[in-house]
Design a protein around this ligand. Structure first.
Ligand code: ZN
Length: 258
């Protein structure tokens, strides 16, 4: 689509071709309601994903009142229409979602934006930060460390402000075209503390460059030129052991000590 737009810019156009047609913002109530209960999704995969398989699988995974309808708009891009807003918000809050370990990146549906302009370069993930000293298992430290990865949306702490467990959970809105952050090193009262990360519901990633998404640019890995041939990314970044907690906005929480 971008290519077509570029080609158009080079043409000498007639007056009626360049004059804007003003579109009033007076969509029907029905359409507005549909917009409010829809999302746009893109499957991160180089092969074509079947709409039917995706719709049927997500219906099982989401456990919402009524299965969402998937409408294909182009290769691996779908408009998802939910029965009601409640179902949509439930799915939205539970991101990220995987189909066959590939990511289904979701965006709010905005009816006035052409679909090819919607960017699917970001998604929210729960990162587990391991090995933190107790003094750092707090909301403030979670925000501080998480902000070096992306935009922090939530830190899973209890009412006293502390995360009691073997890791701190931080929800971060991350850029998928950047290598996954594997760790951070803190300096706590002069002591160096290594904090490895793991990711809940981590999709397939490129083990060469650590990115979830390549799109058209291909792999940015410099592994081949590097002295160090060790594989830099792997399944060890995937957190395991989920427990579903009812009435929780988080959908998934850690198993104690897990
Ligand atoms: Zn890569």
């Amino acid at each position: 689509m971008e290519v077509l737009e570029d080609k158009w810019k080079k043409l000498r156009l007639l007056e009626e071709e360049v004059s804007d047609i003003i579109i009033e913002d007076n969509v029907s109530e029905e359409l507005r309601y549909k917009e409010q209960r829809s999302l746009v999704g893109r499957m991160v995969s180089s092969r074509t994903i079947s709409r039917e398989a995706l719709e049927a699988t997500m219906a099982k995974i989401w456990r919402i009142n009524k299965a969402a309808k998937f409408m294909k708009v182009s290769m691996n891009i779908f408009v998802l229409v939910f029965e009601n807003q409640e179902d949509k918000l439930r799915v939205w809050a539970g991101r990220p979602w995987l189909f066959d370990n590939n990511m289904l990146a979701l965006r709010e549906f905005e009816a006035h934006i052409p679909l090819h302009r919607i960017s699917f370069d970001h998604e929210s993930f729960w990162i587990r930060m391991h090995n933190l000293p107790l003094s750092c298992m707090t909301k403030e430290r979670g925000v501080q460390i998480g902000s070096t990865v992306g935009k922090v949306e939530e830190v899973d702490v209890q009412d006293d402000g502390y995360g009691w467990g073997s890791y701190l959970r931080v929800r971060v809105y991350m850029n998928l075209t950047q290598p996954l952050a594997r760790d951070r090193t803190l300096e706590v009262k002069g002591e160096s503390v290594w904090v490895p990360f793991s990711y809940e519901k981590m999709p397939r990633i490129c083990f060469s460059c650590g990115c979830i998404v390549h799109w058209t640019n291909g792999c940015c890995s410099v592994l081949e030129d590097s002295e160090n041939k060790e594989v830099q990314y792997g399944a060890w970044l995937r957190a395991t052991q989920f427990q579903r907690v009812k009435n929780s906005s988080n959908f998934f929480r850690r198993e104690e000590g897990g």
